[in-house]
Ligand binder design. Sequence first.
Ligand code: HEM
Ligand code: HEM
Length: 398
Amino acid sequence: MHAPSSNRYTAVAILLHWAIAGLILFMIWLGWNMEDNEARFQLHKSIGIAILFLSVARVTWRWLNPPPPLPDDMTPWEKRLSHGVHVGFYALMIALPLLGWLLVSTSKFQVSTVLFGTVSWPHLPFTEGLRGGVVHEVTEFLHSKGAWVLIVLLGLHVAGAIKHEIAAEQGVFKRMIPGLFGRAHSPAPARGYVTAFGAAVLLFAVIAAVPLMKSSPSSPAGPGTTGAVPAEAGNWEIDPATSEIAFSGMYQGKPFSGTFSRWDANVLFDPDNLESSAVEVEVYPGTASTGTMLYDDTLQGGEWFDTNTFPVVKVSLINFAASAEGGYRAEASLLVKEKAVNVPFDFSLIIEGDTATFEGTTTLSRAGLNLGQQSDPGGDWVADKVTVTVKGTATRKE
Ligand code: HEM
Ligand code: HEM
């Protein structure tokens, strides 16, 4: 008696084959059906990157666990064709996601990628200069036509599998269907779990770490105030625990809102001396938080707040006047990137002893502040008007 030589794929190879096959078919459908639907774009990118790493694991696994030899009754040209189709598949499993990644990296619309809503994914390095150029067009062509090449290969692949099944040959199906249904001999013992999956996970982790290193909000050097309030001249201390700067607007017809978690204010305010009252605020737009990572990442990008180059938005309130409703109106000057804008800012203020409670609001125009003007100048996705609300409490300084 001798043990029969294995003629089945390992369980891992089978699992990866069917998982990737299913995902790829879904991806082709998704690619053709995501017009103007940002959620579908994000899903397409997320699954595509997942396929990339599953394929890295799969190729490494195959290298450590060679597939069972092809049935003897296959003619040499059948073997060559089958082999060619498999090589083509592996090439596309790696190339299509890479082309997709290059496609989004070279797009002139710098839309962020957040995998499955949780992992910020960087653009490919050295692609800044290629945005919107010929490389982008060629990549778009290859990514789209690559899917058709894959469909042709799939036709050959499935036809081959069926042919061998019905032609009363040894057949190949049972080699690739989950063990429960397989009637062929068990596969050889598998090895290389750690190498194959470890390599894929490590590569993924290294790339995913890039945005994490960049996104720590950097403090500007030295006191950066424009000087309307001298650094130590403030007479009110804002209580950060009870105060917030919030913003809200509409995205694809749905409301969104968020807050800036880091900002500093220097307040010199005296209701009896409005002429010399002034407020200086420094807001760190890199700390904008909406509860949706895609929005937060997008806000940091070049055509939005460009937080790497401009970590601080400066706001000065001057020219205070008491309004008829018992509140106040000030003139707010904003410096967003290199764009200066003046808007009126109405707020209510109640001073009880040494505690002041305030709430104010103003409406800003994205176009006016040059935010997101490349990908969405018409406000088709993100409405042009954004409401900013500032509220909280302050304590009188000694
Ligand atoms: C996009 C979808 C698919 C892709 C990318 C794909 C890819 C592959 C690859 C690369 C191999 C070779 C494994 C190796 O030896 O390294 C393979 C084997 C196999 N696939 Fe698929 N496949 C897909 C869909 C399907 C479908 C729909 C069927 C069902 C008819 C199928 C049946 C098989 C079978 C039976 C084998 C084993 C062939 C053999 O024993 O040599 N595959 N597939
Ligand atoms: C195996 C993986 C993938 C498959 C099978 C796939 C397939 C497709 C298909 C069929 C289309 C439609 C093309 C057309 O309109 O003719 C498409 C579009 C697109 N894919 Fe992929 N894709 C994959 C991975 C990725 C990845 C990883 C990304 C980005 C990280 C990506 C980004 C895009 C983008 C941005 C488009 C829209 C292109 C445009 O209309 O200009 N894809 N994809």
